[in-house]
Design a protein around this ligand. Structure first.
Ligand SMILES: NC(=O)C1=CN([C@@H]2O[C@H](COP(=O)(O)OP(=O)(O)OC[C@H]3O[C@@H](n4cnc5c(N)ncnc54)[C@H](O)[C@@H]3O)[C@@H](O)[C@H]2O)C=CC1
Ligand SMILES: CC(=O)[C@](C)(O)C(=O)O
Ligand SMILES: [Mg+2]
Ligand SMILES: [Mg+2]
Length: 349
């Protein structure tokens, strides 16, 4: 564990310097890690754990993602099973079904959660909103969390590049007295870059806020608003797209990712700096009430309920795909396809 100063506030973080991969392997030596669900997080975590030398099996229902598991080298009857069979065989049960799927599958997983097993999550959702999910873990098992702060797809690609994706970690129930050490071992095993400590409640609330806010919902809304205004005032799609998205992702975001926002500012014109410094507080003040509304909507459980209700429908996937198709077909994102093709490094992908 290392104490790190985050802008004046001291926090505990854990990296592979404090908790080595060898130590992680030692801690989980006698465990069979059952990754239940093979959607986005499942493949990232299961494949990283396997490549890191852990004893891993996968549980997934039949269908497209089961076939993906086979293509990734999981062998039916040896390392790939139905959800129930994996839950029975595993000693560490990693609940990586969709959050709505976890509710439906809970009765068939719960019956295999015997004393001595460990229940692992990558989200605080199921347990934090137990009044809505019905998920109440048995009292005689460890319940822990490692939540990658990014897509399972990035978890895997960053691992292959020798990098690591940051994760939060939490212990909800420590029966064995070893819950924290198992949590950290699993975090290192799945390829965490560093881990910061949280609780199930704080993870659930911050995660739903972040993804609805600046990470996904707010950024999409902001980009659309600017693109629409430029187009409504006669600017061409290529100009509107470049000035709204392409310059942000290709030039300016990497600058503030590397050395902070003031560094990005310092590398832009004095004209840009003057204007952006004036407009940033206006945007902050206009957006903050919506952020507050969002936070309270998450905190009250309303957002969790909405996601449970819509994602529990049998045709939820078709519905989501249709909405993504509508997004893809917007002029802004069709313009993006052409812009990407014009990048000098474009290689047909
Ligand atoms: N997608 C991501 O990268 C991230 C996800 N998480 C968390 O990780 C967990 C897994 O999320 P994803 O990988 O996005 O899940 P997902 O939406 O990709 O679903 C995983 C699998 O669940 C199965 N499934 C869904 N409903 C089912 C049901 N009723 N019965 C049986 N199987 C069912 C599907 O076959 C699917 O392959 C969630 O708790 C999520 O909040 C955390 C960080 C990032
Ligand atoms: C990728 C991630 O961490 C999200 C946005 O919270 C999610 O996929 O739920
Ligand atoms: Mg997240
Ligand atoms: Mg999330």
């Amino acid at each position: 564990m290392a104490e790190m100063n985050f802008g004046g506030i001291s926090e505990t973080v854990v990296t592979s310097r404090e908790f080595s991969l060898d130590k992680a392997r030692e801690v989980l030596r006698n465990e069979t890690i059952a990754v239940i669900g093979y959607g986005i997080q499942g493949p990232g975590q299961a494949c990283n754990l396997r490549d890191n030398g852990f004893n891993v099996i996968v549980g997934q229902r039949q269908g497209k993602t089961y076939d993906k598991a086979v293509a990734d080298g999981w062998v039916p009857g040896e390392t790939l099973f139905s959800i129930e069979e994996a839950a029975e065989r595993g000693t560490v049960i990693c609940m990586l079904l969709s959050d709505a799927g976890q509710i439906q599958a809970w009765p068939s997983v719960k019956k295999y959660l015997n004393a001595g097993k460990t229940l692992y999550y990558s989200h605080g959702f199921a347990v934090n909103w137990s009044d809505r999910t019905g998920v109440v873990p048995p009292a005689d098992i460890d319940v822990i969390l490692v939540a990658p702060k990014g897509s399972g797809t990035s978890l895997r690609t960053m691992f292959k590049e020798g990098r690591g994706l940051n994760c939060s970690y939490a212990v909800y129930q420590d029966v064995s007295g070893k819950a924290e050490e198992k949590t950290l071992a699993l975090g290192i095993g799945i390829g965490a870059g560093y881990m910061f400590k949280t609780t199930f409640e704080r993870e659930a609330v911050s995660d739903l806020t972040g993804e609805r806010g600046s990470l996904m919902g707010a950024i999409e809304g902001l980009l659309e608003a600017q693109y629409e205004v430029l187009r409504e005032h006669g600017h061409s799609p290529s100009e509107a797209f470049n000035e709204t998205v392409e310059e942000l992702t290709q030039s300016l975001m990497p600058l503030f990712a590397q050395k902070g926002m003031d560094w990005m500012y310092a590398n832009c014109s004095t004209t840009a700096q003057r204007g952006a410094l004036d407009w940033a507080p206006r945007f902050r003040d206009a957006i903050k009430p919506v952020m507050e509304w969002l936070y309270l909507s998450v905190k009250s459980g309303d957002e969790a309920q909405r996601s449970i209700d819509s994602n529990s429908k049998p045709d939820y996937r078709e519905g989501l795909n249709k909405e993504l198709e509508e997004m893809r077909n917007k002029e802004m994102w069709r313009a993006a396809v052409s812009v990407r093709k014009l990048r000098p490094e474009y290689d047909g992908e």
